[in-house]
Design a protein around this ligand. Sequence first.
Ligand code: SIN
Length: 309
Amino acid sequence: MLRTYIADIALPSCLYNASGARCVTAAELDALAESAAGAILSKSCTPTYRAGNPLPRYYENEWGSFNSMGLPNEGYKYYAKYAAVRPHRDKPYFVSVSGLSLDDNLMMIEALGKTPPIDAIELNLSCPNVPGKPQTGYDMEHTNETLRQVAPLCLNKVWGVKLPPYFDIAHFNETAAILNQYPIHFVTCINSIGNALVIDPHSEQVVIKPRNGFGGLGGDYIKPTALANVRQFYTLLRPDIAIIGCGGVRTGIDAFEHILCGASAVQVGTALVREGTACFSRIEAELKTLMQQKGYYCIDDFKGKLKEL
Ligand code: SIN
């Protein structure tokens, strides 16, 4: 019922993890493999191990999450090696790449592109948390140049990009015009809303340590922005580019809304961190119940079919 495709990759369920949420170590990736998630996506990797930003760097409240992790990860070779030893090899395995420079990205993508057990590469153009490194996705020239150089390295690999949230129609149009020029297979919308500030009025302090307390917002806070980005890119991009929705997916209704806006698959971040991998079977059951109530048998029955008033 929830089966979906990203390019020619079949996912038994359209729900899987957002990069960053419980996907740094082999033990966490194994837990995703054992869960009801339809795919496994690694933490965004860099050329070598990174400890990330100082603690505390993650905070959550009833409305969502707030982080400035700073790309803690084991280095790309770790995620490449994991591809060959992971359990449930039939479940697609994607690696997220987030180099600190274009050269980093080219080097990693060239290597990962030649690693057959990796099914797809998600190039992260939107990490807001590395001091001194702006989000590539907000720099149109740099985005274009990145895609121009990455595309020839991905001729035999399914690949896509993870975008930051956009808030202006001109930026949706400009970004879509760039993406449409390249043979990408998917676009993930959205990363956290960067450079937000959550504070504690009791202690009169910021709640995370890095970058003077500024960080990326996730969870319920961001669902309307995520839906807007999914919808805009579903409308503006070539029809062969799958949209992967990410942002504020806590319930089956949230996943349904992302798909209604045009998502072919839906990633779960904050809810996965909070609840653990059991969130996938719960959200899946909620989504299936809703689909049954509405008389839908597969996600294509309602994907992208948002009605206007
Ligand atoms: C982080 O590690 O800081 C989060 C990564 C991201 O938001 O892309």
